[in-house]
Ligand binder design. Structure first.
Ligand SMILES: [Zn+2]
Ligand SMILES: [Zn+2]
Length: 328
C-alpha cells in the first residue's frame, strides 16, 4: 500500500510503498478514506513528542472496515469508522480501572506507537473505533476525531453555565471548530483573532464579536471561559486579562515556553487555568452529532495522499484554511 512515511526525525515526509497491514486479534482493517493533518503532526515530525522513526503519522483517521479479526463481534465489514488518539491502553492500571484511559502509562497513541492514518490501510483496535453518523462524510468526519473532539472536550470540561460568555483564542484548525461548537451549544461567543483579514469569515462561523487580544476582550465585557487553541504561550498569557472573575482559561495548544501568570490576578479574580485534552468518548459522540445536525462544519483543504508532502508544508507554515485533510 501507499503511505506517507516520516523516515527520521525532522526529515521530509515521503509517500512510498510499504507492506499492507493485516488485522491482529481484536482489530479491524480499515480502508482509509480521509486523514486530517494536525499541528501535532508537526511536533511529532520535529521530535518534540516521543516516538520511533520511520513512522506513519495521522491521528484523525476515518474510513470503511474491509476486514475484521475472528474475535471481533462489535464491528463488521462495511462499517464507517474513525479512531481518535487512544489506540490501546493496558486495561489494568488505576486510570484504566477508573475509566480515565488517557492517563494510562501504557497508552499507545494513533500515529504514535501505533500506525497512523496517512496511508491506504490502517489496522485499528475494534474498541478504539467509533461509528461515524450516516449524514457525516468522511472528509467532514476526519477533523472531528482530533480537532473537533479536543475543542468540544475543552468546552465541556470548562463546564460553562447558562448566560456565560465563551471566547476562543486562535482561529485555526481547532479554533474555527471551537467557535462553532460554543455557538451550537448556545453560548455568546467571542473570537480573539490577531488577523483582521479573517474577521468576516469568523463572523460567518457564528462569532458574535471579534476582538484582537485580552485587552480588547476585557473592553468587550470579558469572557467566563477562554478556549485557548493557540500555540503561543505569549498570546495565552495576554488573553488572561480578558477573563471575568471566576473565569477559566482552558489550554489545548502549546509551545515550548512556560506559562507565567500573575498570582495577584489569579487570586483576586479566582481564575482557574485548566489543561484539557480529549476528555472521554461521550464528548466525541456529541462532537460528531453536532456535525450530523449540520450545526458544525469543518472548513478543509483536501489533498490526495500523493500530495501529503505539500499538505504537511501548508500545516507546518500555518497556511492551511483551516484543516488539511488527506484523501485516499
Ligand atoms: Zn491532533
Ligand atoms: Zn492502563
Amino acid at each position: 500500500m501507499k503511505a506517507a512515511v516520516v523516515p527520521a526525525v525532522s526529515s521530509t515526509w515521503q509517500v512510498k510503498d510499504v507492506p499492507q497491514p493485516q488485522p491482529g486479534a481484536g482489530q479491524v482493517l480499515v480502508k482509509m478514506h480521509a486523514s486530517g493533518i494536525c499541528y501535532t503532526d508537526v511536533h511529532q515530525t520535529l521530535g518534540h513528542l516521543p516516538g520511533q522513526f520511520p513512522r506513519i503519522l495521522g491521528h484523525e483517521p476515518v474510513g470503511e472496515i474491509v476486514a475484521v479479526a475472528p474475535d471481533v463481534t462489535t464491528r463488521k465489514v462495511g462499517d464507517r469508522v474513525g479512531s481518535a488518539w487512544i489506540q490501546s491502553t493496558c486495561g489494568r492500571c488505576e486510570w484504566c480501572l477508573r475509566g480515565r484511559r488517557m492517563f494510562c502509562p501504557y497508552l499507545k497513541g494513533t500515529g504514535g506507537e501505533a500506525q497512523g492514518g496517512h496511508a491506504e490501510f490502517m489496522p485499528m483496535n475494534a474498541d478504539a473505533t467509533y461509528l461515524i453518523p450516516d449524514k457525516v462524510s468522511f472528509e467532514q468526519a476526519a477533523p472531528i476525531f482530533c480537532a473537533g473532539y479536543t475543542v468540544y472536550s475543552g468546552l465541556r470540561w470548562a463546564n460553562p453555565k447558562p448566560h456565560e460568555r465563551v471566547a476562543v483564542l486562535g482561529v485555526g484548525g481547532l479554533g474555527h471548530l471551537a467557535i462553532q461548537y460554543a455557538k451550537a451549544a448556545g453560548f455568546e461567543t467571542i473570537a480573539i483573532s490577531h488577523s483582521p483579514d479573517k474577521d468576516k469569515l469568523i463572523r460567518n462561523l457564528g462569532a458574535d464579536e471579534v476582538v484582537r487580544d485580552g485587552k480588547g476582550l476585557a473592553s468587550a465585557g470579558g469572557a467566563d471561559v477562554i478556549l485557548s487553541t493557540s500555540n503561543s504561550t505569549k498570546a495565552m498569557n495576554e488573553s488572561i486579562q480578558g477573563l471575568r472573575p471566576d473565569g477559566r482559561l482552558v489550554t489545548m495548544g502549546a509551545d515550548a515556553e512556560p506559562l507565567s501568570v500573575s498570582l495577584l490576578d489569579l487570586i483576586s479574580k479566582r481564575i482557574q487555568i485548566i489543561g484539557s485534552q480529549q476528555n472521554g468518548p461521550e464528548y466525541l459522540y456529541e462532537a460528531l452529532d453536532y456535525v450530523a445536525q449540520g450545526k458544525v462544519k469543518s472548513m478543509i483543504e483536501t489533498y490526495p495522499l500523493a500530495e501529503a508532502v505539500k499538505a504537511y508544508q501548508r500545516v507546518a507554515e500555518g497556511k492551511a484554511r483551516f484543516r488539511a485533510v488527506l484523501t485516499m
